[in-house]
Structure formats: C-alpha cells, structure tokens
Design a protein around this ligand. Structure first.
Ligand code: HEM
Length: 407
C-alpha cells in the first residue's frame, strides 16, 4: 500500500482531470481566487497527483461531500492524514473528528452550551467590550487592525465567556493556527506550527482542567454535563479543548475579514451605516466572500459515486469551501462583496451534522463589533496594503493598517 501525506495513494478516477497544482502553495493560500476559479472550471472533481487526493470546488459537489457523513467520514481526519492508518499529532477531537453515534453524544452537550440563548445572554457584555475598544481606536485614529482589534476582541470576550482563569492571548491565537496548519501536508507551514507544540500544547491542556475554569461559563457547563453523567471527566476536558481549538482563531479571522471587506468596499459600508439592519446579512456575505475556513477534507468510507464520478473507499477529498462560496452558478457576480445579498447556503460554517456548533457565538461576537463600528465610525480606510497570512486551512489576514474617522 503506497502512502502519501499519511493517506493511501489512489489512482485518478476515470474521466477526472489531473491537475498538477499545489493547493498549499503559500502564494495560492495568500491569494486563492484564480485557483478557486480554475478548480471549478475543470469539473466537479480534479485529481491532484502531488498529494494523491481529489479536490472539489463547485458548490453542489462540495456541499454533497461535506455534509454526507455516512459516505464521507470525519473520523479519519479532516486534513490530509488518514487517522485509520496513522496516529495523529494529538488525540482526535471528540466532536469534529468523530462520526455518529459518538458525535451525536458530544454534539448534544456542545449545542446546548453554545445555544442561541447562551449567545444572546452575552450580547450586552459583548457590546460593552466592543464599544470600549472601538472608542479607544477612534481616539487613536490609525492602528494595526489585526494585532490591535481583530486579535484583541475575541481573546478578551471569549475566554471570559468560557470562564478561563488564565489568559495568554498569543497562545490562544497560535494554538488555533497550529491546529489548522496541522491539517495540511508536511510543508513549512505545518512544520513551523508543530515546532510551537512543546511550548503551547501543555499550556492549553492545563487550562482545560476543571480547576482552571471559573464556576460559571461554557467550561463549567461542559463539566456539569460530566457531573450529570452525559460524558466523562476526560471527555469534558476534550470538549473544552475544542472550544480553544476552534473558537478563537476563527473569530479573529472573521473580524479581520469583515473589516477588510468594509475598508475595500466603501460604498457597501455606506449602505450599512444607512441601514444597520443589514449588519447580520452583511456578516454572512463576509463569510461567503472570504471563507475563513478555506478547505477541509473528508475521507470516503466506501466505494461511491458523486455526479457520475466513481470514488474509491479510502480517498481523501479536499473540499474547497472558498471555491464553493464563490461559485457564480450559485451566486451571480460572486466576485462582488454585496451587503444586499442574502447568501443562504454558503459553506463557510460548514453544512450538515458537523456545521459549526459555535456559529451563534461567532455571530454575536462579530455582530457586536460591527454594530459598534457602524454607530461610531464614519469612514474606514486602509492606510497601507493588507497582507494575508498563509495557513493550510484558514484564510486569514496577517496585517492591515487602518484608519477610523468618526461620524
Ligand atoms: C467566523 C468564525 C467561525 C468559522 C468560519 C467557523 C467555521 C467552522 C466550520 C467550517 C466547521 C465545520 C467543520 C467540518 O464540518 O468539518 C466548524 C465546526 C466547528 N466549530 Fe466553528 N467556526 C467559527 C467559529 C467558531 C466558534 C466561535 C466556536 C466555539 C465557540 C467554534 C467551534 C466549532 C466546533 C466545536 C466545530 C465542530 C462541530 C462538529 O463537528 O459537530 N467555531 N466551524
């Protein structure tokens, strides 16, 4: 059995174009639009020989593969490595990297802890923190929007909502980036991420323990599920770890990308100021337009067929969510950021049973920041070009010098 990047090498299925591309090339990761378009233009699937995987980027097939958990499982890893054949770098997530019935049990706990009601209860707190931060930045006029806004806000409000007793802003952000880089091949990005492990992982593991969480917050609620016998103590720690893996870097990215969309589309920002009711759909459009999670894998668990293509058991499929979200057959003028669009069906938060369980909270956090900005800021301008930070699974900004002008 020949292995490539931790999974079994496959032959290209009949009729599927072979495309000699590296989806993890830092240049593509930083500026993926041309790659997305070419991927869609080649057909429902392409075969990428360098990694011996299939990739899909049209909305229809990407959604089908990403949401059909029976044929396309998550338990074999959502990156290139096949957990059935190789041991992953950390114990697999007991929510993201499992299938039903194991998934249903942990998902139930997390869905309750992160319910719309729980997110609603935090709205005032989130808004007060957003008002304070935006006032400070307005006072300064110009600032570094990633380091001083996008990274600051979630690492302030989220650990508090979780009840973390200790906060290390850098470790929280870098742990998320590490987990996402680990989903890619053995490239520079992954190697650099893994090199941070010995420093960051023990700190993260420590913060997941019951005694390091306040008596109120998401952490305590997860441990309460252990007290009630729904999960065991070890599983509670693992679910707290999932919050730290998936809840910080993603929201940092969402805020940075929202600011970038508004700064580079001033006419759309004017519309938001005139009609703050557009804020909610505008964030959905940010998600569609920028796809913070650009690609995740699934593994075919049996021989199957999608859109007439035969796919063998054990195949790794790279689901390119960023390409699906810019599919013009689904969204006319997909290349335009349009706050009047209602982009229902975008895949930025996933689809099906693994669809983002933290989405209510992400919307509440980013919504509070955008509401404060719309109320206070007349103009958002880039003062130098924004730079993207290549990551094997996340499309995130590295730096974005901005200026805010008051109304
Ligand atoms: C803009 C912010 C966010 C984006 C774009 C995002 C994106 C995603 C996506 C695409 C998935 C699906 C993964 C898959 O199907 O394999 C997912 C799942 C998940 N997300 Fe989020 N997420 C965000 C914020 C959050 C937050 C704030 C939390 C925690 C509070 C969170 C926790 C999770 C967890 C635990 C899962 C796994 C759910 C499951 O497998 O059932 N996410 N997210």
């Amino acid at each position: 059995m020949k292995m490539i990047e931790g999974h079994v090498a496959i032959e290209p299925p009949h009729g599927v174009p072979v495309w000699d591309v590296d989806p993890y090339d830092p240049e593509i990761l930083a500026d993926p639009d041309a790659y997305y378009a070419e991927l869609r233009s080649k057909g429902p699937f392409v075969y990428i020989p360098r990694y011996s995987i299939l990739a899909c980027g049209r909305h229809q097939e990407t959604q089908e593969v990403f949401s059909d958990w029976e044929r396309f499982v998550s338990s074999r890893g959502v990156g290139l490595q096949d957990f059935k054949l190789e041991t992953p770098w950390r114990p697999p997530s007991i929510i993201l990297e499992v299938d039903p019935p194991a998934h249903s049990r942990t998902r139930k706990v997390m869905a309750r802890v992160l319910s719309p009601k729980a997110a609603n209860a935090l709205r005032e707190q989130f808004r007060a923190a957003a008002d304070k931060l935006i006032d400070e930045l307005l006072e300064r006029g110009s600032f570094e929007a990633i380091a001083e806004l996008a990274e600051v806000y979630p690492t302030d409000v989220f650990p508090q909502a979780m009840g973390l007793k200790k906060v290390n802003r850098r470790y929280l952000i870098d742990y998320g980036a590490m987990v996402f880089n680990a989903l890619g091949p053995d490239n520079d990005l992954r190697r650099k991420a893994m090199a941070m492990g010995p420093q960051i992982v023990p700190w993260i593991t420590e913060q997941c323990k019951r005694e390091n969480l306040e008596q109120e917050g998401f952490g305590a609620e997860i441990y309460a599920a252990a007290d009630a016998g729904e999960i065991n103590e070890g599983e509670a720690g693992m679910l707290v770890r999932s919050l730290l893996s998936a809840g910080v870097d993603t929201t940092v990215t969402g805020i940075g990308s929202a600011l970038w969309c508004l700064a580079t589309n001033p006419q759309e920002y004017e519309k938001l100021k005139d009609n703050p009711k557009l804020l909610r759909p505008a964030f959905e459009e940010v998600l569609r337009f920028t796809s913070p999670v650009h690609s995740f894998c699934r593994t075919t668990d049996r021989d199957t067929q999608v859109s007439g293509v035969d796919i063998a058991a054990g195949t790794k499929i790279l689901c390119v969510l960023g390409a699906a979200n810019s599919d013009e057959t689904r969204w006319p003028h997909a290349e335009k950021f349009d706050v009047d669009r209602r982009p229902t069906g975008h895949l930025a938060m996933g689809s099906g049973i693994h669809g983002c369980v933290g989405q209510n909270l992400a919307r509440a956090e980013v919504g509070a920041v955008l509401a404060a900005i719309v109320q206070k800021v007349g103009k958002i301008e880039l003062t130098a070009p924004a730079r993207w930070r290549p990551n094997n699974a996340i499309h995130a900004l590295d730096s974005m010098p901005l200026s805010f002008t008051p109304h």
